[in-house]
Ligand binder design. Sequence first.
Ligand SMILES: [Zn+2]
Length: 373
Amino acid sequence: MPDHIEHAQRLLAQLRFPCGDAPPSGEIKQVAPGIHWLRMPLPFQLNHINLYLLEEADGWTIVDTGMQLDETKAHWEHIFATHLKGKPVKAVLSTHMHPDHVGLAGWLCARWKAPLHMSLGDYMSAQSIRNGLVDDNESRAAHLRRGGVPEEKVATFHLHRGGYSKGVGPLPAAFNRIMHGDRVSLGGHRWQVIVGRGHAPEHVSLWCADLNVLISGDQVLPKISTNVGVWPNEPMADALTWFLTGFVRFRRLPADALVLPSHGFPFVGLHTRLDQLVAHHEARLAEMLAAIVGYGDKGATCWQMVPVLFARHLDNNQVVFAFGETLAHLHCLETRGLVRRTTTAEGVHHFVAVPLTDTVAPAEDAVEVMDVA
Ligand SMILES: [Zn+2]
């Protein structure tokens, strides 16, 4: 068995998966009192998303919507016809702006005359990307050129973005804002909103102390590591630092909480999984720094570092994600004072290793003190 598969299986074996098999699309499965798990298809290598239905005495809340696909709408209609016990959907909540989480929000809200609940950052980002206000071809091309992508490849790659409005239908023109630390009442229980950054602008996870349940969204996944990328509309984002420092908000939760993620299986072992993810990113940062040292005083571009993190063959769509994730690691090294950025006359960014004697330790303690949940 290849090393990386054996490693992945060893990590999975450290978690518990108490909810058994996934329900088939169009069916639901209760995983905690009043909380039902359902799955919808996705047309990618990652072929499913988990959604959750929260039951109240007089109605239901939908957490995440699935992508805008006819197949998904048909599964929803089947669920509405067979599983709602005659009660209406009262609210739709999207954890974040990605198409699989918000794609059918407009359709569901109109279908049930229900309000949409989201963070401000993700609602506004979804609206502006969907309506072509940000992340246009020009800014995408500039982003790739700064990262050292050869000119002949720039057009190929940047045209592979832009499917957002295919997967996301028109969103409601108004929404209800939820913020970090808010306490919201869903399914007859109180839930605390935990905002995470790095994967999406203001990703919402939901924690219920009464039930010992965390709806983690994409922020904590059991098997795959969450995509943490730097995108053309925010090219200097320090996404990986934001993602990792946000873990402090989850470490405060009980180690035996049931975690309901957006992909994979519900699991127990939150702290173990956070440790695994930190180890994963730290190992990649170390590999990248070692590779940059090899480039000497000239330093390396983001494009040169992509194969360091992603040794396998990538298709054009995957390359765009890999580029963003590589840049997130470079920005994290820069924030830690381990590399510095230089810019060529053509505007290409190179990252040069800083001699160890010049480096400063990251200010992790400061982040902990500032973070009030
Ligand atoms: Zn996502």
